[in-house]
Design a binder for this molecule. Structure first.
Ligand code: FEO
Length: 399
């Protein structure tokens, strides 16, 4: 029988580890994920969040290893996305709680998901409930990353349940930060921020200020993905502050695809030009990479250079995909340019410049376009574009 894991006097982890997940709605999860749910014991046993539907049995077994699930009187749904609410209906049927606490937008979104009132009770920032052993207060975290997102704070035990925020897609049987290898988790935490949270970076900065004013100093931060922060909960809060500030570093990202190798040759020349200025460059071929890995590379980048061949008078489909995605994650403080090879219609490459502009990228050069295979002159032009980018990054960093 699966067991719950005790994480403090009255709190147990009753979640599930999804070792095999490799695609989270289009985000490549190379290391799987966890769906963390937490059971808080007291006069009113409380379940904080549930799990993805497929893992309901696993969560129930873990709960059963501690108490009869029927004893659960309160469920808190901090977020309505289905990786946390997918098992909610079954859980409510099995436990028959008195109330299911949700944020105002949680009510709307959960009703839109399940089309039935699961004994919902709306709570807002500052509301508290007494569960006997402890008090749980609520903090709405609107748009981090959905309008319904909410934190629950267990006051006496001093644990902040932060739902998606401060989490990462990382399947691990080691439940705490100090048991996991930073060299691995840092990449997953950065990738999670870049893909899930980055569009809301301004809100993150305001929310971190709000948390500071609340004078919370939680002994643990317990998110719904990845592990629990107990050794140094402040660390992930500081990292969020750094990532949300989106200050560029001395790095550029070139994203491209190629049909017959010409756009690739151009990408490599641009990369050499950038490197010659002492700037780190990451070259990403969309033929071999996932869009969410590009987002990770962009998190600490100062430049985005996009290369596409032209196919049927359009930009290459893989580039349309990644540009659509990158527009959504709204990385700030980027300079950039477009390049690519074409046969007889170079206009689609110019349209990439326009798309970059629409993303808020500061364009530092008109698109560099090569008819079919680039000659030496064209390759020189690509190299010079790289130099221009490297120099501009250096100027910005030293301004
Ligand atoms: Fe982990 Fe927004 O769901």
């Amino acid at each position: 029988m699966r067991q719950a894991v005790k994480i403090s006097d009255n709190v147990y982890w009753v979640g599930a580890i999804d070792w095999n997940l490799r695609d989270f709605h289009g985000y490549s999860t190379h290391r799987g994920t966890t769906y963390n749910a937490y059971l808080v014991l007291g006069e009113k046993p409380t379940l904080i969040d549930t799990v993805k539907k497929e893992f309901y049995d696993e969560m129930l077994e873990r709960i059963q290893s501690v108490i009869d699930p029927k004893k659960i009187q309160i469920i808190i749904s901090n977020h309505s996305e289905l990786d946390h609410s997918g098992a909610l209906v079954q859980t409510v049927q099995a436990t028959e709680p008195e109330e299911v606490y949700v944020s105002p937008m949680g009510l709307k979104n959960l009703m839109s998901h399940f089309h039935q009132d699961l004994r919902f009770k709306v709570v807002k920032t500052g509301d508290k409930i007494n569960i006997g052993s402890d008090v749980i207060s609520f903090v709405e975290a609107r748009m981090l990353h959905w309008p319904d997102s909410m934190f629950s704070y267990l006051e006496k035990e001093n644990i902040l349940f932060s739902n998606d925020v401060f989490g990462m897609h990382y399947a691990t049987s080691r439940l705490f930060d100090d048991e996991n290898d930073e060299k691995i988790w840092m990449t997953e935490a950065e990738k999670y921020y870049a893909n899930i949270v980055m569009p809301y970076s301004d809100i993150v900065l305001r929310f971190l200020e709000q948390l500071k004013k609340m004078n919370l100093s939680p002994k643990m931060i317990a998110p719904d993905h990845g592990f629990i922060w107990r050794k140094d909960p402040a660390r992930i809060v500081e990292l969020y502050g750094k990532w949300a500030a989106q200050k560029p570093t001395n790095k550029a990202v070139i994203v491209y695809d190629s049909m017959w190798g010409s756009s690739e040759k151009m990408a490599r020349q641009i990369a050499d030009g950038i490197s010659s200025c002492g700037t780190q460059v990451k070259v990403v071929s969309m033929h071999h990479s996932d869009r969410s890995d590009v987002a990770l590379e962009l998190l600490n980048s100062a430049a985005l250079i996009v290369g596409t061949p032209v196919l049927n008078s359009q930009i290459f489909p893989s580039m349309a995909d990644v540009l659509c995605y990158l527009k959504g994650i709204r990385k700030k403080n980027l300079i950039g340019a477009a390049f690519g090879s074409y046969g007889w219609n170079g206009a689609p490459i110019d349209s990439v410049t326009k798309m970059l502009e629409e993303m808020g990228v500061e364009i530092i050069s008109p698109a560099v376009k090569s008819p079919f295979v680039p000659d030496d002159k064209m390759l020189n032009q690509c190299y010079e574009l790289g130099v221009q980018i490297g120099q501009k990054i250096n100027e910005k960093l030293h301004a």
